[in-house]
Design a binder for this molecule. Structure first.
Ligand code: OTU
Length: 612
């Protein structure tokens, strides 16, 4: 690479103490950064000028990084495995619903610590669009906090408070689209040609119609189609999600430059992890579904290199809700790092499917289809989140049997005497497969439970799906309220801005009255919390459950059984059925386990973790 540009623009603004480190990091990550950006944008006549400008921006942001965060950078560089330890436990919440404000979130630290959490993912807290805003996922400004939640100073304070309690803050970073009232969109509508280029705008339906042939639908009922006509643009703008969320045009390098700077600015406030929203959609290509394109990965690799140079403590987390075979690419490969974490969405969906089918077949296929991440990367495992469970991502494991997936969806929506009390999402037609919403407790059978025995079974099912997320290998993230067994919240139906979006059924307000029962052994809440807390503790004490210990799927004789080994010293058995199972360990090829004379008895919906 004879024309590999000099790091001078990066280093120019740096004090001598930072120059050496920055030069070393640029020597390590610069070649990949440059090669990815040259591949994406190298044909443009202004490429080299733009690249120099990008380095200058990154250097300026590194120069502005506060001393405590530089110290964090140094600490984390000395322990690149820190987020792979089995002590890592995440928690995800809306700031408004969890603590009222950012300052209120700080007052929940005791609860997080009691649970064993050291990673807090707050859903979007930046200033969002006026009116309907998709739960904050229509961002109007990357440099302002939602005024109802506080200020940038409050964010800094919260980050510092969390860091002092050994909790890393993860912020949602919505980089696929911005709100239609973001300054870039407003400028485009006002006729600024430079800002029009920030979006995919088409003068007529010719190109939108051609793209539509390959595209899917994320919100087929509330927001059908992927393009929205905007009179002020005299054209159609690409809107994968709601019409008020305009997809950014990453074929334009200035978009990437702005987004990278916005990310580093938040990192300089103390955000340690970025949940990169909707990463699968970043690059569009006619004739495809415009998901998982190689250029989307090149963009993520470039962002990773930028963070590694200017804020090395920062971790990136990919949110790509895609089939199992498309997930590993988001973690990169040896020598080509991409995101540190990726959501394991099919593991999540298949765990629930196993409860519905009383058959762990889909789940076993997902496990078998999941490769070990490259060094320094990890799965993010979870049971529920603020979004729906989309059943179609299991299509490959189900062999294209959509009726099978539709039956799972019906089950969770409560059909045929099912224990589940979920709510369909974007699938009014009875035959439609789309997705299900609901709090974990409601999906596991708590709401339909008529007596103590039924409640006991609901608790076991809740622990079973959490057990998979805890034992699989990766960092588990609990979803706010699930740790207390909170139920569905139907209040959104009264709010015209939210009534059409049933995901709000699982976005309740964190309830003080429920929290007060956390340690009550006779209350449902106390039982859920105590049992989950015990599972967290068991995991913390078991080094075999670190993210980078190899996983083996053991052959089982019963379709309802999942048997998962981690390394040589840990075995987990899960009974996804309402029958009792006797598991002969020799038949699994699992050898001998102290305390078990060759057999393990599993009660209905029970699991067992064996260590040696
Ligand atoms: C993400 O999700 C967010 O998690 C959603 O809350 C947002 O609505 C959406 O992006 C737009 O910002 O496909 O991979 O409920 O699974 O919208 C990205 C459907 C996504 C979500 C889907 C999603």
């Amino acid at each position: 690479m004879t024309d590999f540009p000099s790091p001078e623009p990066l280093l120019a603004a740096l004090p001598p103490a930072l120059r050496t480190d920055a030069a070393r990091r640029y020597a390590e990550h610069g070649p990949l950064l440059y090669s990815r950006l040259a591949a994406l944008y190298g044909e443009r006549p202004d490429f080299h000028a733009w690249y120099g400008e990008l380095l200058r921006t990154i250097g300026g942001l590194l120069a502005a990084r506060p001393a405590d965060l530089l110290a964090l950078d140094a600490r984390r560089s000395g322990d690149s495995r820190w987020f792979l330890h089995q002590q890592m436990l995440g928690y995800s919440a809306y700031a408004a619903r969890f603590g009222g404000t950012l300052a209120g979130v700080g007052r929940r630290i005791e609860h997080l610590r009691t649970l064993g959490v050291n990673y807090l993912h707050l859903l979007p807290f930046l200033r969002a669009r006026e009116g309907e805003n998709d739960g904050g996922f229509a961002v109007a400004s990357f440099s302002e906090i939602d005024p109802a939640l506080g200020t940038m100073d409050d964010l800094e304070t919260l980050c510092a408070q969390l860091r002092a309690a050994d909790i890393s803050l993860c912020a949602d970073f919505v980089l696929n689209h911005v709100a239609d009232d973001h300054a870039w969109a407003r400028g485009a509508m006002a006729g600024d040609p430079r800002l029009r280029e920030f979006f995919h705008v088409f003068p007529d339906r010719t190109m939108p119609d051609r793209h539509e042939r390959g595209l899917g639908q994320v919100f087929p009922e509330a927001a059908p189609g992927n393009f929205t006509f905007v009179p002020a643009l005299q054209g159609w703008v690409w809107t994968t999600f709601y019409p008020f969320q305009w997809d950014l045009n990453y074929a334009n390098p200035h978009v990437l430059g702005e987004i990278a700077a916005a990310l580093l600015q938040l990192a300089n406030r103390g955000v340690e992890v970025f949940r990169l929203d909707s990463t699968a959609f970043l690059w569009k290509r006619e004739g495809t579904a415009s998901m998982n394109q190689p250029e989307a990965h090149a963009l993520l690799q470039a962002l990773r290199a930028i963070a590694a140079i200017a804020a090395p403590a920062v971790l990136l987390k990919a949110e790509a809700i895609v089939p199992t075979r498309d997930l590993p690419a988001y973690l990169g490969e040896p020598g080509v790092p991409e995101c540190h974490f990726a959501y394991h969405s099919t593991l999540m969906a298949a765990s629930w499917a196993a409860l519905a089918e009383q058959d762990a077949g889909l789940l076993r296929d997902v496990v078998a289809g999941t490769p070990t991440p490259p060094p320094g990367a990890s799965w993010l495992t979870y049971v529920r989140c603020h979004d729906d469970i989309g059943w179609k991502i299991l299509a490959a494991e189900a062999g294209g049997d959509t009726e099978r997936l539709a039956a799972i969806a019906r089950f969770f929506n409560g059909a045929g005497g099912s224990f589940a009390a979920g709510v369909p999402f974007q699938s009014g037609a009875a035959a439609a497969v789309h997705a299900t919403n609901g709090m974990a407790a409601a999906l596991a059978g708590y709401e339909t439970a008529a007596g103590p025995l039924a409640r006991e079974l609901a608790l076991r099912r809740l622990l079973l799906v959490h057990g998979v997320a805890f034992a699989f290998g990766g960092m588990p993230v609990l979803y706010m309220g699930d740790e207390l067994g909170m139920g569905n919240d139907h209040g959104y139906r009264e709010d015209p801005q939210r009534a059409h979006d049933t995901r709000w059924v699982q976005r309740p307000v964190f309830d003080e009255a429920v929290l007060a029962q956390r340690d009550d052994p006779d209350a449902w809440t106390g039982r859920v919390f105590t049992a989950l807390r015990a599972l967290v503790e068991q995991r913390r004490r078991c080094p075999s459950l670190a993210a980078d210990v190899p996983r083996t799927l053991l052959p089982t004789h019963d379709p309802a059984l999942l048997a998962l080994a981690r390394g040589e010293r840990f075995l987990a058995l899960f009974n996804f059925s309402d029958r009792s199972l006797t598991v002969a360990l020799p038949a699994l090829g699992a050898g001998t386990w102290p305390g078990y004379a060759g057999e393990v008895e599993l009660a209905p919906w029970d699991m067992r973790w064996l260590h040696r």
